[in-house]
Design a protein around this ligand. Sequence first.
Ligand code: PEP
Length: 260
Amino acid sequence: MTNRVPFIAGNWKMNLDHQQGIALVQKLAWTLKDANFDYATAEVAVFPGFTSLRSIQTLIDADQFELKLGAQDISAHDSGAFTGEVSGLALKKLDVQYVLIGHSERRQLHNESDDVVRSKTAAAFKHGIVPVICVGETLEELESEGAAAVPVRQTLAALAEHESLGDFIIAYEPVWAIGTGQVATPEQAASVALKIRDAIRAEHGELADRVRILYGGSVKANNVAGFLRSPEVDGVLVGGASLDSEEFSGIARFQSHLAI
Ligand code: PEP
């Protein structure tokens, strides 16, 4: 039994404008309220696109929703000639508490290297935003190196050479499972999470026991319980299913499926 509070994160990716985002968050909060959701059982966070952050922040604040707010990326720099980038300073000003770093779509489509991921992780630490560092293997890497090698390597690279480590979350997302409907087995997710935690412990000591390690990749309300049954998996990072308030609230209420 661990005392890590499960983290349920919805990555909206490049979907929804700010008005649609407001509607989704309202529906999500009301659905959870109607179901008497107990926020002590899980932290629930939404990760809208940049243009929706201010609206969602204002809504959460005004209606005192217990939902948490995350961004999908952060610049490694604080300010200056970096057209198109968004700094940790600006995110912090919007009360952003979490930030996705190194999502496989950014690694693959925007050529983000381990070094870039490490610099962005440093920026998040600097501004007191908790990085959700995404790691995971492609199908080719799974076949050539097994499931854990790449995620462990990416995790250690993101955590290397910081003066000190703030709080962080690792999201293990096999690339072949993202948006494909092809899900890792709960056993694979648990086994990779265990190896990631062991590797963090070997490099950085006991803080490993506090780190939440999530699974991501085609998670739905009807398969979430399998992952969260394992004490090694501390939550889920959800893409497509987080755009549907009923489905995402079903994922947040994973405790109610655990008994089944
Ligand atoms: C993701 O984008 O991080 C993700 C896991 O997507 P999906 O749930 O759609 O597979």
